[in-house]
Design a protein around this ligand. Structure first.
Ligand code: FAD
Length: 295
């Protein structure tokens, strides 16, 4: 039995889709098809699903809003687990509790309406809150780690809470990159006013206008300590470097733009950039982007 039919038969009430297109659900807009996509309603249902997939040895991967991933080409005979139905949001004073599937935009509007400040740095970052926690999303002025109080996740079949220290946040990293499902995040903001928040958000939006247009994953490489990966790539003369229909952006060298390429071409371009930067500078760039399904 294929994995979609298996889930349909055995996981009563689970939201399921057949033949899930990675290209249609990611910002880079390429990649193949997965046999099934499951959208659990809450942490308890996801916990049951993970236990079932483990018992049946069905491969799976997690997908947030799909903005920092490079999906593989071809057919994935497994399940993509999406968090879009875990989209509840509520506040208690300056605290905001939200499901992993809440978009950064929805979170920002919610905070602004209630005069909860401190999250404005998220303006314009395309993300689900879960994906933002996994990646410790942010900009120079702030990162998710700065506003997280606790994260709820599923580890070894149990729903549990992780304190900020346990999340082990650092540059583009959290403990959740090791396969723990993030189901919700509890954030703490600061007292502000809607007007003040709006003004700060406008300033952040303004800065983001310089970012390249086109299909991308945002920054491909993590900045090496004290350096800008984009500047390194640019200094190596690699702006505009191309493999097929994938090319290094002329506007920002840490962005790869998909002009109709397959994932394999983007992979080849990533390898080429790494190799040329290494040959010229001795610095080995590390990818920020994640491959799905997980290698
Ligand atoms: C145009 C553009 C601009 C960007 N600008 C920025 C920026 O300024 N700053 C910045 O930090 N990032 C930026 N990014 C990258 C991206 O927005 C962030 O990394 C964001 O946090 C990704 O969130 P997502 O929900 O899309 O996660 P996805 O891309 O869907 O997933 C990222 C990783 O997290 C895993 N994952 C997702 N959700 C969960 C979950 N609930 N539980 C467990 N694992 C999960 C996935 O398997 C994958 O490994 C940009 C991207 C684009 C396309």
């Amino acid at each position: 039995m294929d994995c979609f039919s298996l889930l349909r038969a055995r996981m009563n009430g689970l939201w399921l889709e057949r033949d899930f297109s990675f290209a249609a659900h990611t910002s880079i807009g390429c990649g193949g098809i997965a046999a099934a996509c499951a959208r659990p309603a809450d942490a308890a249902e996801l916990c049951k699903l993970l236990a079932f997939l483990g018992r049946e040895a069905v491969p799976y991967c997690f997908l947030g809003a799909g903005n920092n991933v490079l999906p593989a080409d071809g057919f994935f005979d497994g399940v993509v687990i999406c968090f879009s139905r875990m989209n509840g949001i509520a506040s208690d004073g300056l605290g905001i509790v939200c499901g992993a599937g809440v978009s950064a935009g929805k979170l920002l509007r919610f905070a602004e309406e209630r005069g909860i400040g401190g999250l404005e740095f998220l303006t314009g970052i395309p993300a689900s809150v879960g994906g933002a926690a996994v990646m410790n999303a942010g900009v120079r002025e702030g990162h998710l780690a700065d506003v997280v109080f606790t994260v709820t996740g599923i580890q070894n079949g149990e729903i549990r809470e992780f304190s900020r220290e346990e999340c082990k946040f650092s540059e583009k990293y959290s403990i959740f990159q090791g396969g723990i499902a993030v189901t919700g995040v509890y954030l703490r903001g600061t007292r502000s006013t809607a007007e003040e928040i709006r003004k700060k958000r406008q300033d952040f939006s303004e800065k983001r206008k310089r970012l390249p247009k086109g299909k991308s994953m945002g920054c491909v490489f993590v900045n090496p300590a004290g350096m800008s990966a984009g500047a390194l790539i640019e200094d190596c003369g690699l702006k505009g470097l191309r493999v097929g229909n994938a090319y290094v952006s002329e506007a920002h060298a840490n962005f790869i733009i998909n002009g109709g390429a397959a994932s394999a071409e983007i992979e080849a371009l990533i390898s080429m950039v790494k190799e040329r930067v290494f040959r010229k500078t001795g610095i080995l760039l590390r990818e920020e982007i994640k491959r799905i399904p997980n290698p």
